[in-house]
Design a protein around this ligand. Structure first.
Ligand code: FA5
Length: 356
């Protein structure tokens, strides 16, 4: 076989192989077979050394022409195969626009958020402002400004997460009252509620969580009396648990209030007769409160001879548990959708069925 015959055979076989390549991968293999470093066309060049000098340029040019012709056909085939692949992909991935749409599931407000908002609404209606503070708080505002100096034994009442010697995760929302009074520079009236997260080194159980929510309330003005506190808390109890609820104040101790009280609401389940919800006492404790201690007023720059005030601090987690009959506080923080779904209002449930 002459070199020219060999060349023409290779070219013809290449055209056959190219047309038989069914996909881009096969085509790439054909390309390597003929045009690769060890390919058949490249191999034709090895004859150069046997040719007379004057024939070498023409032969080289012929080999190049064969190479270019094969490259051109490969390019065309490549184009066709790519188009076929795209068409196939488009037909396989086509969208059936006649299928029914997926149902949209709407989220709903967390039961704790609902409870906090309900309490906020009540107090906004009574002319209170909502003030927020810092979850990472200074020891000074969390304790000292609330009449709890460094060595005070009552600090143990609220086991704390300290970050440094002077900063900690706040153990209650009471530092917000200290900060707010300080900002008001001795000028009343102050009428605020302060909702937020607080943290304690309590071991978690059904009614204790190391992170929970509190809402602080503070009113400072001339002539504020214990009866104002009682009237406000009565309204709160009735608004949260029903118009026929009573409250009772039991003497208690907080370093920042004097006198201090623990506030119970008559059991909404047994109406005071005694049941499992109220542990057979007829009463359920909902918050701590008292008249703002004169030391706290003075430390914040208020004249305790002119001003007096009351403060209270409640745990909305426990209130929400009572309202909704939740037996374990940890349900609030584990984000189980089955639990949360139960608190969807009728409207929320209705929206869930809407196909969009
Ligand atoms: C206080 O934290 C005071 N700062 C409240 C206060 C404010 C009194 C202003 C006087 C004036 P106490 O430690 O009792 O008080 O907590 C208040 C409420 O927080 C409790 O009634 C309870 O509902 C809730 N609470 C306390 N510890 C936990 C806990 N580990 N998990 C869930 N709720 C808790």
């Amino acid at each position: 076989m002459t070199q020219n015959e060999e060349m023409s055979n290779i070219q013809q076989q290449a055209l056959v192989d190219i047309n038989e390549a069914q996909d881009e991968k096969m085509l790439q293999d054909v390309k390597v077979k003929y045009l690769g470093k060890k390919g058949l066309v490249t191999g034709l060049m090895k004859h150069m050394k046997d040719l007379p000098k004057e024939e070498k340029p023409a032969y080289g040019q012929q080999v190049n022409e064969v190479r270019q012709a094969i490259e051109k056909v490969i390019g065309e085939r490549q184009h066709i195969l790519a188009e076929e692949r795209l068409n196939q992909q488009l037909s396989e991935e086509s969208i059936d626009v006649t299928l029914p749409a997926r149902k949209m599931t709407n989220g709903a407000k967390h039961p704790l958020t609902r409870t906090v908002e309900e309490i906020e609404d009540l107090f906004l209606g009574l002319g209170y402002e909502i003030v927020t503070g810092y979850e990472v708080e200074k020891d000074y505002y969390n304790f000292e400004a609330l009449n709890l100096p460094k060595s005070h034994p009552a600090r143990d009442m609220q086991d704390s997460f300290y970050i440094s010697e002077e900063t900690l995760l706040r153990t209650h929302t009471s530092p917000v009252q200290a900060r707010t009074m300080e900002q008001r520079k001795g000028q009343g009236p102050v009428k605020i509620i302060c909702p937020g997260k607080v943290y304690r080194r309590d071991s978690d159980d059904a009614t204790h969580s190391h992170q929970f929510t509190q809402i602080e309330g503070l009113v400072v003005d001339e002539n504020i009396k214990m009866s104002d506190l009682k009237g406000t808390l009565e309204l709160l109890a009735k608004s949260l648990f029903g118009a026929d609820r009573d409250i009772r104040l039991r003497p208690s101790y907080f370093p920042f209030t004097e006198p201090s009280v623990e506030v119970d609401v008559s059991c909404f389940k047994c109406k005071g007769k005694g049941c499992n919800v109220c542990k057979h006492t007829g009463w359920i404790e909902i918050l701590g409160a008292g008249m703002v201690h004169p030391n706290v007023l003075e430390m914040a720059g208020f004249d305790s001879n002119r001003y007096s005030g009351f403060a209270f601090g409640m745990g909305p987690d426990r209130i929400a548990m009572l309202k909704y009959g939740i037996e374990d506080i940890r349900h609030f923080y584990t984000n189980d959708v089955r639990f949360l779904n139960q608190f969807k209002s009728v409207e929320d449930r209705g929206e869930e069925d809407v196909n969009l």
